[in-house]
Write a protein that binds this ligand. Structure first.
Ligand code: HAM
Length: 441
């Protein structure tokens, strides 16, 4: 006998039922409102990409451990996208001659990573990617950080709920040269251990550093970096270009009153290899949510991988739906009443000419969402369906109403019933003119 098929989705992926979609659309809708205010344009790319795209610069962990990859029927090595940055860099490189820089783009798309599902981590997640290409100015970094703050403020979040932790890759690399005994060719490996510092226990962390060849003195000096202020950190490598970038960034953040949201944090490294300058992650201040909500930074060399004549820098971030949802729910930032558009159901009145009901539905659909009940069920059952599915109105067009040239509209929330002239049906919704394009709220 054949086994029954499972109704459970693949591990680490989710089904989005209508109420889940409603929530996701609300969450991304509010995000998009801010992106529109900042004049960002929407783009998208394919779910399948060449595996080489990620092998080039995304980092060994993402490519060998987390990327779903396979060979197509012609033997091409493909990946299901684990992130957007290589795709958008490829798209920018392909049209670089036609675009007017700086370019401000965003997308909302799903990504797949083979990870152990846990709080804040799934195998399929949605990410808002926001990137600004073609500006080397520190004010581009400021624009991206201010956009993040505005997005979170737009949900009602305040500075006591989240923190943007900021570092600089150039500065980080210079400090590693100064304070550790590890040769430069092992700095990527070292940065991966530092990136895992808060995710693994202390003993394993120290053990990994020692295995790489780090001596006790270096470990102590590195340890101090996590607790000192930006000024003290800069004093360790005052001639580092990254130090100057950090100093300038924080001085502007102070002057535009955004410093309360931001802090220097030497442990922010980022797991992806392409970052070159400012790097940052946004964290929930509630200890319930440990995973970063946003992660991003500046990458100067990614677009150049596709065409070495095109050195176009990028700065941007990805924000995941799983971590953002956890944050909003933890801080009670999800309003109960999210959708304010009303809907109406027309009863399928037995014996009434279907054409008349169909015409009423067509007319009303120009101003609000309308369902014409399909089945010949008892009227009580139809009304019950409307109540259970949160309809705001029902419209009744029976034989008596047809004779009197009216439609009865019942408001299911207030229980009020009104007889409305059939040839002036929009008057009930305060839309006297049938050409009116505005929709009922
Ligand atoms: P990322 O740090 O790998 O960066 O991911 C960005 C955000 O996506 C994370 O902070 C988290 O919210 C979410 N995220 C990542 N992986 C998962 C997962 N397995 N489950 C749930 N959420 C996840 C990037 O992907 C960069 N490409 C972002 C970027 C854009 N940098 C510059 N521009």
């Amino acid at each position: 006998m054949q086994n029954k098929l499972s109704v459970t989705p693949y591990k680490g992926t989710r089904d989005f039922y209508p109420e889940d979609m409603e929530f996701r659309n609300w969450m991304f809708g509010k995000f998009k409102d801010v992106l529109k205010n900042y004049a960002y344009e929407e783009y998208n790319g394919p779910v399948l990409e060449s595996l080489d795209l990620y092998a080039a610069k995304s980092g060994i962990e993402l490519v060998t451990e987390q990327t779903y990859n396979f060979e197509d029927k012609s033997g091409r090595r493909l990946a299901i996208r684990p992130e957007m940055t290589p795709t958008v860099s490829r798209m920018i490189a392909a049209k670089a001659n036609e675009l007017t820089f700086p370019v401000r783009w965003f997308s909302i798309a799903n990504f797949y990573r083979y990870e152990r599902p846990q709080k804040g981590r799934l195998r399929e997640h949605y990410q808002v990617n926001v990137d600004l290409f073609g500006s080397d100015s520190i004010t581009a970094d400021i624009e991206i950080l201010s956009l993040i703050i505005n997005v979170l403020n737009n949900y009602g979040a305040t500075s006591d709920m989240f923190k943007i932790r900021i570092n600089n890759r150039r500065f980080f690399n210079d400090v590693l040269c100064k304070v550790t005994n590890i040769p430069q060719n092992k700095h990527i490996e070292l940065s991966k251990i530092i990136d895992r510092r808060e995710k693994i226990d202390r003993e394993s962390y120290i053990e990994e550093l020692k295995e790489l060849g780090m001596d006790d003195e270096s470990i102590d000096r590195l340890e101090k970096m996590y607790t000192i202020s930006l000024e003290e950190a800069i004093a360790i490598c005052p001639n580092s270009v990254g130090a100057t970038e950090l100093k300038n960034l924080f001085s502007i953040l102070y002057s535009i009153n955004m410093s309360e949201y931001c802090e220097f944090d030497f442990s922010i490294v980022r797991g992806l290899d392409y970052y070159t300058g400012t790097v940052f992650e946004v964290y929930d201040k509630s200890t319930e949510n440990k995973r970063a909500l946003f992660g991003g930074g500046r990458y100067d060399n990614l677009v150049g991988l596709f065409d070495s004549n095109k050195q176009i820098s990028g700065i941007g971030f990805g924000c995941g739906d799983v971590t953002l949802e956890n944050f909003l729910k933890t801080h009670n930032l999800v309003p109960k009443q999210r959708n304010n558009s009303s809907k109406l159901m027309i009863l399928n009145f037995p014996g009434v000419d279907y054409n008349k009901l169909f015409a009423l539905a067509t007319e009303l659909r120009s101003i609000l969402p309308v369902t014409l009940f399909t089945d010949e069920k008892k009227l009580g059952k139809q009304i019950d369906y409307a109540l259970k599915n949160n309809y705001d109105y029902i419209a009744i067009l029976g034989e008596d109403e047809l004779k009197d040239k009216i439609v009865v509209i019942k408001n299911l929330k207030t229980r009020e019933e009104v007889r409305v002239p059939r040839d002036n049906i929009f008057s009930y919704f305060n839309y006297p003119n049938q050409n009116e394009t505005k929709k009922v709220k």
